[in-house]
Design a protein around this ligand. Sequence first.
Ligand code: PLP
Length: 454
Amino acid sequence: MNERVKYTLSEDDIPHSWLNIAADFGAAAPILDPATGEPVSLAELAKSMAEPLIEQELSTEPEFEIPGPVRDIYRQWRPTPMYRARRLERVLDTPARIYYKYEGVAPSGSLKPNSAVPQAYYNKQAGRTGLVTETGAGQWGTAIASAAAMFGMTAKVFMVGVSFRQKPYRRALMESYGAVCSASPSPETAAGRAILAEDPDHPGSLGIAKSEAMEVAWSNPELGYTRGSSLNHVCAHQTVIGQEAIAQMALAEDYPDIVVGPCGGGSTLAGMCFPFLRDKLRNGRDIRLIAAEPVACPTLTRGRIAYDHSDAARLTPLSRMHTLGHRFVPPPVHAGGLRAHDSSPLISQAVENGLMEAVALRQVAVFEAGITFARAEGILPAPESSHAVRAAIDEALRCREEGRSKAILIALSGHGHFDLAAYEKYLNGTLPDDEPSEEVFQQGLDSIPQLATL
Ligand SMILES: *Cc1c(COP(=O)(O)O)cnc(C)c1O
């Protein structure tokens, strides 16, 4: 093994296609129209989303070609670097070989532009003049604001209220790109007004913000609704990460035994893991894939696999996936990007079929890992990314106990420069370790629709 710490590819190594793991999984449960209980039609989905994206969503083709103009924009920050975390290994005194692929070098500081750019591109191609979306912690909203600006489009972002208040600079950044940003629930939509009538101080949730964004898209055919995670096409767009990582692991003359990623809606995890998973399925590679989620929103470890909506007002079609129920409202953890009640159907399928594992982590332990990583490697991870770091450190410590060396690859999905208020709380000992009560879980699970009554 050489002593290199950075594995860099050239622009020519930017992938030419996105991988669609749906092709490898075989028959998937169809997306259902809640009004009829029948598989949803392309026309119904096209009411809010651009057609090429819907075609990708429903496709079982093994890959999609990346359009030239999208690949040209990717060149600005791709391929992203992969590093060997030698200083972290020394701090942990572990025989494990730890690698991380860093998506924080993208202009808006996270992996989100990998999908925001193509989504803006396809909407522009379809003749839409603006984009509307929801955002949790603000990374997706920022990426959409920036991508819309690149293509000369407007952007409207509904940001989960608690994050809107925790992270005022995220909003300032979105507005700098020219987007209009509202705290959700907002008085601007019927969905928002209904929630505010019940509880004027409602903290908001990703599900509620989604309802608001979809309502706005439905009322204006000029606007394209975009989603930052979960959906099959978003997972596909993110596979540039894992494809590059495979090439970079080859440069390192190594191959991961374990790959870990944070899991909110599942796009980081899908983007990093699905290319490795295809390698495992086609070439019999032995590899463990681990999803790291917060105990505050433990979708994969405590959710049910069922048909459910992705939004609180039940505007989205029904997908079969892990869900805590569309009315589940998690406590306001600082990893706002991991507060989704539902998971990606493809990630759910991977977990259900034993191809991927999931762990739920406590907030304080996650921030501790983020700080350990920052002091060793110099990068302060986004709190979402720190979940993956925590899970990787736990695996590396297990290697130490067992006296075994394993290669561990972390999907470091973004930097934490907009999350310093949360790190400050951790540093002064006031960061809570909130876990939902059994009652909150039950309320969520009770909101999962009974399919027979559709
Ligand atoms: C959005 C986001 C996540 C979580 O979303 P996934 O779709 O599960 O990846 C994780 N990390 C960062 C930095 C994000 O922006």
